[in-house]
Design a protein around this ligand. Structure first.
Ligand SMILES: [Zn+2]
Length: 941
């Protein structure tokens, strides 16, 4: 039966797209986004084209291949991925090394912008193209076309790339990969996915024949399995012409191989696996209740069902987030719901999972199972359904309002999914209209009925437990899979009670403070900033922007922060504001706040950073008042809650208990300690005892000693707001904040890099992998021009690392250099270089890096390299200048560090002014052979 709906708002959208006259019914198909040009060439290639304004002068190109590692024949394992690497190693129009060099010359950074990925079912190439110069887009299309059918795939080039892929496999090895490999046969449940991980095996990477690579290319890179996506600052008609010109010539193979879909079999018998590992950083348990396929949504009715599922998902997550916030939580964090499983297309599972804490895995299993049973037996309350509905509608409304300022990369993402898995691409406006029409009609009975179908009462479960070996006491036999299964079965029989939710409190603040006033106002025309002084002396800087529609950010800062407290308070200081934030505000706990703020999008936290006291907020444009109320209550009426504090301590301690099991973590800690000579105030990774020694009142008093007053603070607002509408709110909620006495200085704790040369080795980790790091650093007299020379020097180093250490010498898969140049607490610079490699290549990596450094110190960068890094910086700068966060940070530095905020407008000149001689001088000065720390991570023996 077809149910008629009164879809007034929807009709407009539907009419636009399909020209239908009848009112839409649940069986009606959802139209595609009217702004999207979706087409198919005669050869079967699909294309998606959409004009999008942000970022300006830039186009996001995607080549999507509906083929990945699961399609590899037995002699091709890992070759879908190796082929993806070959896309950058020679093609019809770009000889080996020419492609990356060309793209870098127009400001595209290898790795950061330009990228590709291979998964079991898809290979995706991403190419952002700046269109500031004519011809760039045409060239970008040529690159895509070469990827689609013009790769050279010479034997020699394939052989060269094997070493880099092997380095990549080595870099990816470790606990996570071992855990995945152990779980995979269970998750893939008899399907081909169980031995088709994209990376392949060491043997296949080294020895698969070049013919096997070329055969994969010939079989699967063909027009009917390909989509080209073009989203950005373009004329769609022009883009369509380009797509036709470049891709109409692609030919289908004479006898195309069928593209099979593989599916893990549904669970037929209960199953379980325990995986213990001495490098596991956390203990986690997962219960798969069921797996199933579902066809993608096409009709209005399908969308309605999807909305019911989303409401159910929200209601479940409200339940679980509350469970973790009790004095003795059953787990660190847990969740249950439907997930898309990564093996198979349109395959889903109902899964419950938890990070296991002090209470142990059995308690976690009991809690997960009981919560699911409770949802199945009793469902949810109408209070919480109303909350979930207003949150859901607000999310659709926000998506529609902010659509005009979404990044092209985000706009392109759903088209990738649509090509690979189908579904609805109606556009934010239509989806909002549909949700507005359908959500109010969804009843509690419907959501509860869905809970009963999705959470099976008796189906066989798969229980997966991954844990650190130390979770088993020495005198104990390790848990077995059958014990876990038995526990899950027993838990399903435990009685559960109904939860009686109370109505949420009506409002955040029951009173409004008597407003203060604005006593001074001035404009900075160059920056587009309005400055206010409030009656309590607080300064405000307002920067209204149209960069992100319906989004506002707030930051209040003043000098102060963690190091104003003596060293003896270090443990308390570090978590003090986190403790306060975990308490809620006024008379409301965080769960209360979640309920009161239903339908709003507001975040607010206090923080003590190393050298500053901060109040951080963000909201939608219509929710600024709620954000300011949270701020007001946090300052004037903070909350204390022993239960929440105990939960904070227990969960914090358990979260970090085994973190140092990761060799990378131990190495990072040793690096920090060595570089800064074991300074007692260093912010090392926290230990469980750091949490367990906390005291609630000491923590709260410490925050209060700084954040009960806003004296000396500057409140910064950047985003989509109206100054005249904001002013009365500032008078009410900011001008009325207390300004009691508080020191307005930060303190320099004297953390400095050790002078001279220090070299040290750390032995950690089971895998045969190493990391070499270099840290250069010391004091400087701060200067803006030096800051840019150093920044571009680190960019050039990154280029050299990619060109020489990776592409030419094949010593690494990815490595990086980064630079710091600070004014606070004193002028200091730092250059950090991280180079993951194999243990036997450590000496070669050192030598190769020093040779690049020496080259820069004696010759300086080549004109070509200097141009590449400048282009990339200029491209990035032009994008950042249209980001709220970039402006906020610039105003923050001006307020805190006595910098000229107008510097943000001079950056293009600063970048252009840097010469090769400047970089050469910077290399001599900052990469000092007599002043550095070198660390080497080697595997345990
Ligand atoms: Zn790769």
């Amino acid at each position: 039966m077809t149910k008629r709906l009164n879809l007034t708002a929807l009709i407009a959208g539907l009419l636009l797209a399909v020209g239908a006259a009848a009112a839409p019914a649940l069986s009606d198909p959802v139209p595609i986004n009217p702004n999207l040009k979706l087409g198919k060439l005669d050869n079967g290639l699909t294309y998606y084209i959409e004009k999008n304004a942000k970022p300006a002068q830039r186009v996001e190109l995607r080549l999507v291949i509906n083929a990945g590692s699961v399609l590899e024949d037995d002699d091709q394992r890992g070759m879908a991925h190796l082929l993806e690497h070959m896309a950058f190693n020679g093609s019809t129009h770009f000889k080996k090394h020419e492609l990356i060099a060309y793209l870098q010359s127009i400001g595209v950074r290898f790795g950061a912008d330009l990228n590709a990925s291979t998964s079991p079912d898809a290979t995706i190439y991403m190419l952002p193209i700046p269109t500031d110069k004519p011809g760039n887009l045409e060239q970008g299309m040529t690159v895509l076309e070469d990827w689609a059918h013009g790769l050279t795939l010479a034997d020699k080039d394939i052989d060269d790339e094997r070493q880099i892929v092997l380095q990549e496999k080595r870099q990816r090895s470790g606990y996570g990969m071992r855990n995945l490999e152990a779980m995979l046969p269970k998750l893939a449940n008899g399907s081909r996915y169980k031995d088709r991980l994209p990376i392949g095996t060491e043997d296949s990477i080294l020895h698969a024949s070049p013919d096997a690579v070329r055969r994969f290319y010939a079989d699967w890179y063909r027009p009917d399995l390909m989509a080209v996506i073009v989203v950005g600052d373009i004329d769609p008609a022009d883009a369509e012409k380009l797509v036709k010109r470049h891709f109409a010539g692609l030919k289908m193979p004479a006898k195309p191989r069928p593209r099979p879909l593989y599916t893990p079999a549904p669970l037929s018998t209960p199953d379980a696996l325990v995986f213990l590992d001495k490098e596991a950083p956390a203990n986690t348990v997962q219960l798969y209740y069921s797996t199933f396929g579902r066809k993608p949504p096409e009709t209005v009715g399908d969308l309605r069902e999807a909305l019911v599922r989303r409401l159910f998902g929200q209601l479940m997550s409200m339940r679980f987030s509350r469970m973790a916030l009790v004095g003795e939580p059953p787990f660190i964090g847990g969740s249950a719901g439907e997930i898309a499983i990564p093996f198979g297309v349109n395959q889903y599972g109902f899964v419950a999972g938890a990070a296991v804490g002090k209470a142990g895995v059995n308690t976690a299993i009991d809690a997960l199972v009981q919560e699911n049973t409770r949802a199945r037996q009793y469902g949810f309350s109408s209070y919480n359904l109303d909350i979930a509905k207003s949150n859901l509608l607000a999310a659709y409304e926000y998506a529609a309002k902010s659509r005009a300022t979404r990044d092209s990369a985000a706009v392109a993402a759903p088209y990738i999914r649509h090509f690979l898995a189908g579904g609805v691409i109606a556009g934010a406006d239509t989806e909002h209209a549909v949700a507005r029409e359908l959500v109010p009609s969804i009843t509690l009975d419907e959501v509860n009925a869905y809970a009963r179908t999705i959470i099976p009462a008796t189906a066989p479960k798969l229980v997966l437990y991954s844990a650190h070996t130390n979770s088993v006491a020495a005198d104990q036999a390790p848990l077995t899979g059958s014990e876990l299964l038995a526990r899950a079965e027993a838990a399903a029989k435990l009685p559960v009670t109904k939860i009686e939710d109370k109505a949420p409190p009506a409002s955040l603040m029951s009173y409004k403070p008597e407003p203060g006033s604005i006593v001074a106002q001035s404009e900075d025309k160059a920056l587009g900033v309005t400055k206010l002084t409030l009656s309590n002396g607080v300064k405000v800087m307002l920067k209204p922007t149209d960069f992100s529609k319906d989004r506002v950010r707030m930051l209040a800062v003043r000098p102060g922060g963690q190091y104003t407290f003596p060293e003896a308070e270090k443990a308390t200081v570090r978590f003090a504001s986190a403790v306060q934030n975990a308490m809620g505000v006024g008379s409301y706990s965080p769960s209360d706040l979640q309920r009161i703020l239903a339908g709003k999008n507001v975040a607010f936290v206090t923080s003590l950073s190393p050298y500053a006291d901060q109040l951080n907020g963000s909201s939608r444009s219509g929710d600024i008042e709620s954000m300011l109320q949270l701020n007001y209550l946090a300052i004037t009426n903070p909350r204390r809650d022993e239960n929440l504090f105990r939960s904070f301590v227990t969960r914090g301690a358990e979260t970090v208990r085994n973190r140092s099991a990761m060799p990378e973590m131990r190495f990072a800690e040793a690096r920090l300690q060595t570089v800064y000579g074991n300074h007692p105030q260093l912010d090392l990774p926290p230990k469980p005892s750091d949490y367990e020694s906390l005291n609630l009142d000491r923590s709260l008093n410490l925050v209060r000693s700084r954040l009960s007053s806003v004296k000396g603070m500057t409140f910064l607002f950047v985003g989509d707001f109206d100054i005249d509408a904001l002013k009365p709110l500032l008078a009410t909620y900011v001008a009325t904040l207390p300004v009691g006495d508080v020191t307005l200085n930060y303190r320099d704790p004297g953390i400095r890099q050790v002078p001279g040369v220090v070299r040290s080795e750390v032995k950690a980790g089971l895998e045969q992998k190493s990391t070499v790091t270099f840290d250069f650093g010391g004091d400087v007299a701060y200067s803006n021009t030096d800051s840019w020379s150093l920044g571009l020097l680190s960019d050039v180093l990154n280029l050299r690392i990619t060109d020489e250490l990776r592409e030419k010498q094949k010593l690494i898969y990815s490595g990086s250099a980064s630079a710091r140049y600070e004014k606070i607490p004193r002028g200091q610079y730092g250059v950090g270089i991280t180079l993951p490699t194999s243990p036997q290549d450590v000496d070669k990596v050192e030598a190769a890096l020093w040779s690049e450094i020496e080259q820069l110190q004696t010759q300086g960068p080549t004109a070509e390299d200097l141009n590449k890094v400048k282009q990339a910086r200029l491209q990035a700068y032009r994008r950042l200048l249209r980001e709220n966060g970039y402006w906020l940070n610039n105003l923050r530095m001006a307020a805190l560090e006595d910098r000229d905020p107008h510097e943000i407008l001079a950056i293009e000149q600063r970048i252009n002014a840097v010469t090769a001689a400047d970089i050469k001088a910077a290399a001599q000065r900052f990469l000092d052979r007599k002043n550095y720390v070198e660390m080497v991570l080697k595997p345990e023996e």
